[in-house]
Write a protein that binds this ligand. Structure first.
Ligand SMILES: Cc1ncc(COP(=O)(O)O)c(C=O)c1O
Length: 477
């Protein structure tokens, strides 16, 4: 094995002994050698590596070999690349021994999680504890005695009335209290609609095949698959789901206000087209309105349900606006589905606490919900703006998309770099997902590389460090 002493002292203040074999496999050998140098501590965190050209000359290898090796190690999290300060040993590059001990199948994020940038959770530190306690207290005091008996499976009337007014005003939903059924969130709504009726809490109200967006939550697809429902992926483009591809399905599940996770609204022509399809085929559209309140560029995109309340089942929950811990949601139903959904729920309320329902009703009627949503909209908009600004400064080659709404953004990555970026993030203790995690396994649409970054999850004091860590795992420009 040929040995090369690379005198880095002149440029970076350290002598480094790298062992490379003779010709052939030099890129892999250089990656191994640099990794070993970091792992053993010979290259300390923060150490600046020489420019490609100098190291290539010293080692007698092509410049691209060094560039590729650096890029791979940046992607793995050993090195970081910043515009203006070159390539450095990552500050948090921990000895690999830790990673090697993790069994192959264990989720990498399970250990050493330092920064949580997963989508899906609102800022838990911003839960309106005082306002919620006050609403709860008022609701308890005002509740009639019968409220402490078994609950109506439709949900408390107080809450259904409050939601009728709120959803009409804030989301353009056209309904009345008798068309609303309270549930414990979107996942529960899916179970009620599609679950086998032999399972407790499962409904069998609708049957598959169900068309879904080619990108969506794997958890929801899994839930449907477990209920025996076949899902058929609809490709996406810049206007949202290509609903012209709908055929013989009996229902379609969409996120019209804010496609999950790619981020755009469904184009108005497609909104009209999917309603036409549902009318023509006697089918139904399931509208997942998971974060419709959080729109930053203009007034919220109204609910699709407003176009035809007899063809759309509108489903919402407080999981994004308040907390997923509450397990409270609602289904706004066409008249013909109210009876079957209630039958699926059973004789009594078995899912959503009646007292929580009363508290939410008070929270909405007293204006606390509007105030909280308005405050959180500003909060998340600031978070989003900071994300965009940090990326513009430190990773200007990365395009940020899906930022007009919601609690997450999609960072578009150069082709072929997503997997290594996700791996690098896991090694650096940054929890996030690549777009591939949301892809329907049967879709044939092109697979863009990207990271889904939830900017709501970290608490306020941890957000700056999380963004810095994020920049450290992005592929270099
Ligand atoms: C795409 C999508 N739909 C729905 C929900 C809400 O799910 P649930 O009400 O079951 O918490 C979420 C998460 O909050 C989501 O990301």
């Amino acid at each position: 094995m040929a040995e090369s002493w690379v005198n880095l002292a002149e440029r970076i203040g350290v002598d480094l002994h790298l062992e490379l074999p003779g010709p052939g496999g030099r890129r892999a050998a250089l990656i191994r050698a640099l990794r070993e140098a970091v792992r053993s501590g010979r290259l300390a965190p923060g150490t600046r590596l020489p420019p490609y050209r100098s190291l290539a000359a010293d080692l007698g290898v092509a410049r691209n070999t060094v560039a590729d090796a650096y890029a791979e190690l940046v992607a793995e999290g050993w090195l970081t690349a910043r515009q203006g300060s070159g390539t450095q040993v990552a500050e948090r590059a921990q000895p690999l021994r830790h990673a090697e001990r993790v069994p192959k199948k264990a989720p990498p994020r399970a250990r050493g999680l330092r920064h949580d940038l997963r989508q899906g959770t609102p800022d838990a530190s911003a839960f309106p504890r005082a306002a919620w306690s006050a609403a709860y207290r008022r609701a308890l005091q005002a509740a009639p005695n019968e409220a402490f008996g078994p609950g109506d499976p439709a949900g408390r009337r107080e809450l259904r009335e409050a939601l009728t007014e709120y959803l009409a005003r804030a989301r353009g939903v056209r309904t009345e209290p008798d068309r609303i059924v309270i549930c414990s969130g979107f996942a529960h709504a899916l179970r009620l609609l599609f679950g086998p009726s032999t399972v407790v809490g499962g409904g069998g109200v609708l049957r598959g095949p169900l068309a879904v967006e080619a990108y969506g939550l794997d958890f929801h697809r899994g839930l449907l698959a477990a209920a025996g429902v076949r899902t058929v992926p609809l490709p996406l483009d810049e206007h949202g789901a290509r609903v012209a591809g709908l055929e013989r399905e009996r229902a379609v599940l969409l996120t019209p206000a804010h496609q999950f996770p790619t981020g755009g609204p469904l184009h108005p022509e497609r909104r009209a087209a999917v309603i036409d399809w549902a009318r023509a085929r006697g089918a139904v559209v399931l509208e997942d309105d998971y974060d419709g309140e959080f729109r930053y560029d203009r007034r919220p995109v109204g609910a699709l349900q407003g176009l035809d309340p007899e063809r759309v089942i509108h489903i919402g929950s407080v999981s994004k606006s308040l907390s997923p811990a509450l397990r409270l949601g609602w289904m706004v139903l066409p008249e013909r589905y109210v009876g079957p959904v209630l039958a699926a729920k059973g004789e009594r309320e078995g899912w959503a606490s009646v007292l929580d329902q009363l508290a939410l009703a008070d929270f909405v009627v007293s204006g606390s919900y509007d105030r909280h949503v308005r405050r959180m909209r500003q909060h998340y908009r600031r978070r989003r703006d900071r994300l965009v600004a940090v990326l513009a400064a430190h990773a200007p080659h990365i395009e940020v998309t899906g930022i007009a709404a919601g609690l997450h953004a999609v960072l578009r990555l150069p082709s072929g770099t997503e997997r290594s970026a996700v791996k690098a993030a896991a090694w650096q203790g940054v929890a996030l997902d690549g777009l591939a995690a949301f892809r329907h396994p049967e879709t044939e649409m092109p697979a863009p590389d990207g990271l889904v970054v939830g900017y709501a999850t970290p608490s306020e004091h941890a957000y700056g460090a999380a963004l810095e860590a994020l920049c450290g795992v992005l592929p270099p420009g």
